[in-house]
Design a protein around this ligand. Sequence first.
Ligand code: ADP
Ligand code: MG
Ligand code: MG
Ligand code: MG
Length: 392
Amino acid sequence: ATKKQYESLTEEQAITYAKNLNLFSDDAQLTCSEIGDGNLNYVFHIKDLRSGKGIILKQALPYAKVVGESWPLTLKRALIEANALKKHGEFAAGLVPEVYAIDEELAITVMEDLSHLTIAREGLIRLESYPKLAADIGKYLAQTLFHTSDFALHPFEKKKLVSEYSNPELCKITEDLIFTDPFFDHETNDFEPSLRVEVEALWNNELLKLEVAKLKKSFLTEAEALLHGDLHTGSIFASETETKVIDPEFAFYGPIGFDVGLFLANLIVQTVTREGEQREVILRHIEQTWEVFSANFSELWENKAVESYKDTKGFKDYILDKIFQDALGFAGCELIRRTIGLAHVKDLDGIKEDEKRILSKKQALRIGELLLLKRESISSIQAVIVLLEELQ
Ligand code: ADP
Ligand code: MG
Ligand code: MG
Ligand code: MG
């Protein structure tokens, strides 16, 4: 067969492509609509009007578009995303979409249609209830991160995976947008004028910047486990009964606390927008995420760890404490960058009332700062909850 040349598909071409996959019957009546945000990737939703069955074709675009600007971005991320979905699916069965086909040349992943679910961020903003979300993500984190780490793998196998998931261009985006730009007066930053005093205080806070520098170094150097790499609530589909994690195009070998911290930060963003009982619900999610993660991780350690030091007194607790403190620091970075950096979140920007929006953003910045500065003295998830309650 001749090697295919990359081209981005039209909706028509996506239908033809889908027909050739043999996933639909011959008499299928396929329709297609492109439902992505169009910044980095196309997401084609293909549906058979006869059977109601659907599939998703996600195609990477060779550039990233942000505020009118466009820069080249490797297509290799599509293969990394597809492989990460499969790898994580081995350990967190049912918590990621099934991958039906991978096309490296066209940078396409064909996967399970999850249109019956809601993107967690959207649902949370509407105060929908997701009783399984925290426990499912706690489990997803423990299973995927433990099983891809040196605690579970032979060092040869682990290092092979480290090289397979080398993802420098996508990592660079994180290095710049999460760990660098928000902490300097950089042109990519984007914040409301009413926040200028708080933002300049961050830029001048040397102790804070030292903590961020340490976390950036950890992100750059600690190849602990195969991370999702972008685990915010916009990368999670949810309902009352199901949770599915999508979009691991930033996957690479990095520090375990990064995935944990990003998810926690995106829950914390919800707490600053809520009051009373609704706020309580999210505080319980935060607590449960960590509790399920640490219990599950401990259990895997007891039963499956291959590391020679696994039974050495204190080692498991040392590892879990480090993950916890890293997670709080990464959460701090995420809170700050989602408020004043390039990519904001609808949870905050969507608040229509000016006074409430500014107050929520100031709280997000304040919590981010406290997590970064105090992470080493915060000894439990309950202490995080207390800190969040005190700041209300
Ligand atoms: P990007 O990397 O461009 O952010 P995502 O993988 O997050 O792409 O997908 C963008 C949007 O496309 C999602 O927010 C969701 O609405 C839709 N989408 C992605 N994957 C699926 C899926 N498997 N089933 C249904 N909709 C999906
Ligand atoms: Mg998107
Ligand atoms: Mg996405
Ligand atoms: Mg993405």
